[in-house]
Design a protein around this ligand. Structure first.
Ligand SMILES: Nc1ncnc2c1ncn2[C@@H]1O[C@H](COP(=O)(O)OP(=O)(O)OP(=O)(O)O)[C@@H](O)[C@H]1O
Length: 254
């Protein structure tokens, strides 16, 4: 098998006396959509922040695209940061910038890119996420929640990343908007060959788009596998989650 694009080994995160992760391992394979689930407070967001460098683990090794991010090498981090995009829950857009200007922010890191080309690229990403041409000139406060998420995704895709991190992408959307967003993520991931690290509580999203699921429990990645494999895992939380009424509804069952 190919080397994983994200490889975590022995990760430990701790806040005061609270140990959130202990000896956590995880591999994310190229081109897959990995859904990260777990009970509230099991450290899904902390895990995502650990990979993207917003949280420094007490111990362990983080490798992304073959680069060791725990060695403190700024060159390695710069290479990797140009190859990932991050979408936070509400899109995390700059409120004083238009959608187009928001999408242009990461593009400003590209040396020698003329302003007109930057603008054209931003418009291309805005179209890619299904926003109309008029959306580029709007401010985040003028958008619906679903449109803000799409704008956040456009910004995450600005630099044509290999990996996209999505934190609860469908939270706060109505079921139709959430299903549309699921289709968008799935379509873009397949069309662009993206690797997607997706933190979610949304069972519909897991069933609709994820190739594999990673369950956080007991301070580590307890198990990874396909949804079908999850249904056979003999662990109380995993069993309840994948056999509960919401899971049955997400599968289309009774
Ligand atoms: N900066 C911080 N300082 C102290 N404690 C923190 C910090 N960040 C997270 N925690 C704690 O770490 C634990 C895991 O938090 P995290 O936000 O990753 O959970 P989660 O699995 O994403 O939860 P949810 O599903 O509710 O969003 C929580 O108990 C939280 O209070």
């Amino acid at each position: 098998m190919e080397d994983p694009v994200i490889r975590l080994r022995g990760i430990r995160n701790q806040f005061g006396s609270q140990v959130v992760h202990d000896d956590l391992d995880l591999d994310v394979q190229r081109g897959e959509i990995l859904g990260v689930v777990g009970g509230s407070g099991t450290g899904k967001s902390v895990l995502m922040k650990t990979i993207i460098g917003l949280q420094t683990p007490r111990a362990g090794k983080i490798e992304v695209l073959g680069h060791d991010l725990t060695g403190g090498d700024p060159a390695a981090r710069a290479v990797v940061e140009d190859n990932w995009g991050v979408m936070f829950q509400d899109g995390a857009l700059f409120s004083s910038l238009t959608v187009r200007e928001n999408v242009e922010v990461p593009l400003k890191r590209v040396p020698g890119l003329a302003p007109e080309a930057r603008r054209a690229l931003a418009d291309l990403k805005i179209a890619m996420v299904g926003l109309g041409p008029e959306a580029g000139g709007k401010y985040p406060s003028e958008l619906s929640g679903g449109m803000r998420k799409r704008a956040g995704l456009a910004r995450a895709l600005a630099l044509d990343p290999e990996i996209v991190f999505l934190d609860e992408p469908t939270a706060g959307l109505d079921p139709i908007g959430a299903a549309e967003f699921d289709r968008l993520i799935h379509g873009l991931s397949r069309a662009l060959g993206l690797t997607v690290f997706l933190v979610t509580h949304d069972l519909d999203t897991l069933y609709a788009v994820c190739d594999r699921v990673a369950v956080l429990a007991e301070r580590r990645v307890l198990v990874t596998g396909t949804i079908e494999e999850m249904a056979r895992v003999d662990h109380p939380w995993v069993h309840d989650y994948f056999h509960g009424p919401r899971a049955r509804a997400a599968q289309g069952g009774a």
